[in-house]
Design a protein around this ligand. Structure first.
Ligand code: F6R
Length: 607
């Protein structure tokens, strides 16, 4: 996720672009840039790091002449966070500058084609193909060049474009990525988010997918993908700036929970090619896969629990033994590792000190490390032999949500990938890929099925402690569900393997003790059901998480949370969603600081 802005009017553009970018910094903050047009020339200014560096470089914009420009704050996907990869990108003839939010899925083949045609690339980004395509198609009409360019692109994009031959004009293009036009007095704007606009105007127009717009200081014209003019009414924004940053949600955590269908789709979609899973960026060869005798997954906190969920699918599909180890333990455990061990390191931030230390320890002993990481160019990504990015976009809330679900999604895809390369899944592959592609829709269904969660939170928020129980993947999800509850609501919550209760923990069950029972795996449901009956007979109050029509559970549980019909092999990504929401609403009932829980930091860079 990145942020883009555009401005045209009579005022100096750079200070307005910088101010807009600051408001969008929460969408990405590893590098930034602006392109401003003056005297029919485009000047580009870029920096790595935060917008404040760009302000410093440009004297808060005062050193940059011109009244028309575009800007970008980046969250790297393709290519490390460097100045070369920062946007805006310029065409070879210097006539066009482009900023882009989204992912161009077919950029590799376009890049090869453009290089064959003599275009020179300055960056490793997927975006740069766009500006060269525009140059290639330009015959004196920017609109026509944009139509021809977008006909060649596959993926998601919100684009901002300027052309030195059209002073005073900015172009905005939208496909599956948000883009909003702002209507000012003698000036007009676009931005990927209203946050960047509300200080200047509250009258906006939402572009739809497949549309583009031409903005000059006194006019906005909107076109469909064939160039036909469209009329669209303006909308009045009533949010304040803070609410706008959160997309209208009360907290970043809720916003990020709701972003999960899109985040999981961004993780999956570009990696499914010709009916198979391909991790082009990873570079793990079939010979290397055949050399793997065991896998160790290491991580901390939720990322560790993602590993616990992924283990089941990897072992089942690849038949390679998997151990999941806490990084803080692994680093001091004198681990048994050799060159046949594949170490999978999971980290949202890529900067967790224990994770990095465990990774170094295992690499020193000969393991090859595969990183599953969100932040491009982070330490974990740099240290790894192979890297797969989760592409969840920046996560602002301290408690991870979309970070976790995208990590589990990558592990599920890896399980299918390994099984396929080892020739173990045969014609089951098509069904598995279909199940993976269904995950974003099923997360949405999980939202729709659980409108009772705020009311359930009112019932359970004052509990002294909560037990989470489940077996197999249900247990792995219970671990993450309990952590979510602890860290944001401050309730004591513990997860137990349901079959272990009778070996000790059941002594703690007393009248009205809440037990959250996860029963989303039909093959072991009967077993968990008998554990539910055990705790119920000792007075527990049971909130069960299960399938919609699971009548056996419905008849014993006191309250219910639901998942849609999901493939049990890949269930964790959907199953966690009602538990994230439950933790959120319990924390809200308890008046907690949900986005910044006490004693916690987003990135734990100390041991
Ligand atoms: C919990 C949470 C933490 C992180 C852990 C690892 O909601 O966010 O438990 O999962 O600190 O962080 P990363 O993934 O950045 O290595």
């Amino acid at each position: 996720m990145c942020g883009i802005v555009g401005f045209t009017g009579a005022q100096s553009a750079a200070p307005i672009l910088l101010e807009g970018l600051k408001k969008l910094e929460y969408r990405g903050y590893d590098s930034a840039g602006i392109a401003v047009m003056a005297d029919r020339k485009i000047a580009v200014h870029k920096v790595t790091g935060r917008i404040s560096n760009l302000c410093e470089k440009t004297g808060d914009g005062s050193k940059v002449p011109g009244t028309t420009g575009i800007g970008h704050t980046r969250w790297a996907t393709h290519g490390a966070p460097t100045e070369e990869n920062a946007h805006p990108h310029l065409s070879n003839d210097g006539k066009f500058a482009v900023v882009h939010n989204g992912i161009i899925e077919n950029y590799m083949s376009l890049r090869e084609e453009l290089i064959r045609d003599g275009y020179h690339f300055e960056s490793e980004t997927d975006t740069e193909v766009i500006v060269h395509l525009i140059e290639m198609f330009y015959r004196g009409d920017v609109r026509e060049a944009l139509i021809k360019t977008t006909n060649r692109l596959r993926g998601s994009y919100a684009l901002g474009v300027i052309c030195s031959e059209e002073p005073g004009k900015i172009y905005a293009v939208r496909e599956a990525s948000p883009l909003i036009l702002g209507i000012g007095l003698g000036e007009n704007y676009f931005a990927s988010d209203v946050t960047a606009l509300v200080n200047h105007t509250r009258n906006v127009i939402y572009l739809e997918d497949g549309e583009f717009a031409e903005l000059s200081e006194d006019a906005i014209r909107i076109f469909d993908c064939t160039g036909q003019v469209i009329s669209r009414k303006a909308t009045r924004i009533l949010w304040d700036v803070q609410a706008a940053e959160k997309g209208g949600y009360e907290h970043f955590m809720l916003k990020e929970i709701m972003e999960q269908p899109g985040a999981v789709k961004a993780t999956i979609a570009p990696r499914i090619k010709n009916g198979a899973i391909e991790f082009e960026e990873m570079g793990l060869s079939v010979a290397e896969i055949k050399n793997i005798r065991n896998i160790i997954i290491t991580a901390c906190g939720s990322a560790y629990y993602a590993g616990c969920a992924g283990k089941y699918a990897i072992e089942r599909l690849s038949r390679i033994p998997v151990d999941v180890e806490l990084a803080s333990e692994l680093r001091y455990s004198d681990p048994l590792i050799d060159e046949h061990t594949l170490l999978i390191v999971i980290s949202q931030s890529g900067e967790t000190a224990d994770t990095i230390a465990a990774m170094k320890e295992c690499k020193d002993r000969g393991a090859k490390a595969l990183a599953i990481v969100n932040v491009v160019g982070s330490s974990v990504a740099k240290l790894a032999d192979y890297t797969v990015y989760t592409w969840a976009g920046p996560e602002i809330a301290v408690a991870t949500t979309k970070g976790y679900t995208t990590q589990v999604t990558v592990l599920y895809m890896l399980a299918v990938f390994l099984g396929d390369k080892l020739g173990l899944i045969g014609n089951r592959k098509t069904q598995m890929i279909h199940s993976l592609q269904s995950l974003p829709r099923q997360i949405q269904q999980a939202f729709d099925l659980n409108s009772s969660i705020p009311a359930l939170a009112k019932k359970y928020h004052a509990s002294k402690s909560l037990f989470f129980i489940g077996r197999n993947t249900d247990y792995a999800v219970a671990l993450e569900g309990a952590l979510k509850m602890k860290e944001i609501s401050y309730l004591h919550a513990e997860a137990y393997a349901a079959g272990e209760l009778k070996h000790g923990t059941i002594a703690l069950i007393e009248e009205h003790q809440p037990v959250i029972a996860l029963c989303c795996n039909p093959s072991i449901m009967e077993k968990t059901l008998s554990n539910i009956v055990e705790v119920k007979s000792r007075g527990a109050e049971v909130l069960a998480l299960t399938f919609r029509n699971n009548h056996k559970i419905l008849s014993v549980a006191d309250d219910l949370l639901f998942v849609p019909d999901i493939d049990p092999l890949f269930s964790a990504v959907v199953e966690i969603v009602p538990l994230q929401l439950l933790a959120y609403y319990v924390a809200k009932e308890n008046g907690c600081d949900i986005d910044k829980p006490k004693n916690l930091a987003k990135s734990v860079t100390v041991e």
